[in-house]
Ligand binder design. Sequence first.
Ligand SMILES: [Zn+2]
Length: 285
Amino acid sequence: MAKVNKGRAYAKALLNELNISGPGDPRSVATELQLDNNELDVQGFDGGLVRVKGTPLAAIIVRDSIREVGRKNFTVAHELGHFVLPGHDMCGAVCGPSDIGNWGDATQELEREADEFAAELLLPSQYAGPRFKSEPPSLGIIQTVADESNASLSATAWRYCDLVSERCAIVWSKKGKVSWYKPSPEFGFYLKRGWEIAKGTQAWECFSGTRTHTSPEPVGAQLWLDERVVLEGAVLWEHSIGLPNYESVLSLLWIKDRIERYSDYDEPETEEIDPYRFDSLRKRP
Ligand SMILES: [Zn+2]
């Protein structure tokens, strides 16, 4: 059974309580919770939560020089998560860029919880799920929903893979190598961190600056996945865009048809799972 997603559950409960059905505006939610929200000329961290000891009072601080609106909103929502989630009063008062929206690192549990909280607050399942499913998979619909919700592209892409039923994965690569990826529940393949982006992919063309892409295209599946597990000549659909400010490329992979060489359904029944045989062994004194 899947682990309960605490961040998401608390955000859902809060949205419910505040009667919010569309994308949540983290600043007005902060106001509802009587939190001060300040943009300050600070350095060394992106967001912080200052608590007044012995009282339920707190204030959110956000670095005012964060360039993107989506990123700034996500930071406010992340700090709100630290305020709302139980057990978070033990963690540090400030969060650096590597604490917020760092989807590649699952080791910091409280930061991940605050991120999941922020993602649900900005892109509630009930709103974002149907929006995402209104078009075939592409970065276009992800960008549209990100713009509508004032959420960052990477958080929206992460959310996309939580909510769609297609076989999709989002891949973030940096300096020509995979740094993290997020599969949808049905994706069914692994990618490796540190894998070099192969020539022939849209992502490779983004890194080399040779071509930009306005829509998904079919590419050889073996360029992204282990060639030993995919059918010869199989294709998947890829849509990639360059994010030069981060020296990164964001890719959406979409498996439209079956491409795996083997599947669970192909396995022959084996003797080991014969219940009678197991029983007879167990009954032996
Ligand atoms: Zn944090």
